[in-house]
Design a protein around this ligand. Structure first.
Ligand SMILES: Cc1cc2nc3c(=O)[nH]c(=O)nc-3n(C[C@H](O)[C@H](O)[C@H](O)COP(=O)(O)OP(=O)(O)OC[C@H]3O[C@@H](n4cnc5c(N)ncnc54)[C@H](O)[C@@H]3O)c2cc1C
Length: 475
């Protein structure tokens, strides 16, 4: 007799593994299928995020940041060092170790919560059946009262700069370089391109980023984007905006990158090229022809606000459905769907999803940008506070950037919070919580913030919205 489950999850990235654990916590019989294989040939849970994305990239960002600070900031603090040397093998070993600990941790969580972890390929058949093909065995059919698809995404490949796994690589390849390329080209100045460009620039690469859009960080608030642009330039990142890649030819002395800048053909010689122009939903080999699941024009699985597909009992979450491709968005969808299956009321507040770019300085925001509020026609007020006026930021020698808050002029509702500066990714949590609770700017003004802390900059920006900032002249 075929195995049967209350819930079968296909994909154990941050969307799928969280959905599986929450469903098991509801007392349901759950299996989670995943086929991820790392470059060492070993299978691992955790998907893109834990193996090739969020976690390893942040490990490398931290290491490269420390290397940079030791070279350029220690002296200011009165710390003398000998020659600072880079041990890239040790750095990569640390990165791999963190990934291993966390991915093993997912396996441990499955065990602790009673989730059956199935290593292999999952294919959705009609009638809520899943064909499971283990990595080393014959296919079997599993019955499921509910199926949650969480198969994630894959990097977009450009036809004229195809990945070769050595010289022309995707983001995963760029995280795992075993030496510092002297000249690194990055196609795409989005979040991933900037983060990886920063890593290798701090470790000594001469980095050129080619971006087709004319607006730098088009999704961020303009003031924040302008500050970021200046900071990255100062750090030595050469970002060419409005430049269109036309070709990439590997040769004896590296890769010749061909691009058009304002219609003029140009070339650039690099040793490695990272193509980070976006990702697309991954559904290869997932759906039987009669599964009934609909894909949209861009290949995303069609779902409603509750992540339900058109087929009763089949849900899809994470990067393979509409919305920002962010781990925490996928995880929240996983929790929502598991709760809905358990008969609870659940929803995801898609208006309050934080975005973070882990460069130095970090960039983080939630809610609307000033341009978006302006376009909406809603009367608004803004307040900002520079980290240059923060005692804690000064003590940290990290004074670049600011906190900016945009609020409704009529009822004081917080509409957007934008931060560029030290620990912006942590500071944004206060703004997310405030917006989730529909707080007013005055609520933040009246909340006591510890001194001296970076969070005081959020407090002062809230005060500045009503021209009540105390530690900076009000405009
Ligand atoms: C370099 C980089 C840095 C990033 N940094 C961040 C960050 O800092 N913060 C953030 O929020 N997001 C970040 N992201 C994005 C984040 O990784 C994704 O949003 C997140 O991993 C999506 O989760 P998911 O569970 O939907 O899919 P995934 O993590 O892609 O997991 C999907 C899993 O499903 C498996 N699978 C697919 N099809 C099948 C099948 N048919 N059978 C069995 N298994 C299958 C895959 O092998 C994979 O393990 C980053 C991405 C990259 C590439």
């Amino acid at each position: 007799m075929s195995k049967s489950y209350d819930v079968v999850v296909i994909g154990a990235g941050p969307a799928g593994y969280i959905a599986a654990i929450r469903a098991a916590q509801h007392g349901m019989k759950v299996a989670c299928i995943d086929e991820w294989k790392n470059k060492d040939g070993k299978n691992a849970f955790g998907g893109t995020c834990l193996n090739a994305g969020c976690i390893p990239s942040k490990a490398m960002l931290e290491s490269s940041e420390l290397f940079h600070r030791a070279q350029h900031e220690f002296k200011k603090h009165g710390i003398k060092t000998g020659v600072i040397e880079l041990d890239i093998a040790a750095m990569q070993k640390r990165r791999a170790g963190i990934v291993r600990q966390l991915t093993n941790g997912v396996a441990g969580l499955f065990k602790a919560n009673g989730v059956d972890a199935l290593v292999g390929h999952g294919k959705l058949l009609t009638g809520r059946k899943v064909e499971f093909t283990p990595i080393d065995g014959a296919a079997e059919i599993i019955s499921a009262a509910n199926v949650i698809i969480a198969t994630g995404s894959e990097p977009l490949e450009l036809p004229f700069a195809k990945f070769d796994g050595a010289e022309i690589v995707d983001s995963w390849g760029a995280i795992e370089f075993d030496s510092v390329p002297e000249r690194l080209g990055v196609i795409g100045a989005g979040v991933i391109g900037l983060e990886l460009g920063s890593v290798w620039s701090r470790l000594g690469s001469q980095v050129t980023i080619i971006e087709a859009m004319h607006d730098f960080l088009f999704m961020a608030d303009r003031e924040v984007a302008a500050t970021a642009g200046k900071d990255f330039k100062k750090q030595g990142l050469d970002i060419k905006l409005g430049a269109k890649l036309t070709g990439a030819k590997p040769g004896k002395s590296g890769i010749t990158v061909e691009y058009e800048d304002a219609g003029i053909p140009k070339t650039l010689e690099v040793d490695k090229l990272v193509v980070a122009v976006g990702r697309r939903p991954f559904t290869t080999g997932l759906l039987a022809e009669d599964s009934g699941i609909q894909l949209d024009k861009r290949g995303f699985i069609e779902v409603n606000d509750e992540c339900r597909t058109r087929v009763q009992g089949i849900y899809a979450i994470g990067d393979c459905v509409r919305g920002p491709m962010l781990a925490h968005k996928g995880s929240e969808e996983g929790v929502m769907v598991a709760d809905l299956i358990a008969g609870e009321i659940a929803e995801v507040n898609y208006k309050v999803i934080p975005s973070v770019i882990y460069t130095a300085p970090e960039i983080a925001w939630v809610g609307k940008t000033e341009q978006e509020v302006k376009e909406s026609g809603r009367a608004y007020k803004t307040g900002s506070f520079p980290f240059a006026a923060s005692g804690r930021a000064k003590a940290m020698e990290q004074t670049s950037g600011m906190v900016k808050i945009i609020s409704s002029r009529d009822d004081d509702e917080i509409l957007g919070v934008h931060i560029i500066g030290p620990m912006a990714g942590e500071l944004i949590a206060e703004a997310v919580l405030a917006m989730e609770f529909s707080a007013s700017t005055e609520d933040i003004q009246r909340t006591i913030h510890a001194h001296p802390s970076l969070a005081e900059a959020v407090h002062e920006a809230a005060l500045a919205v009503d021209k009540k900032a105390l530690n900076y002249p009000n405009k």
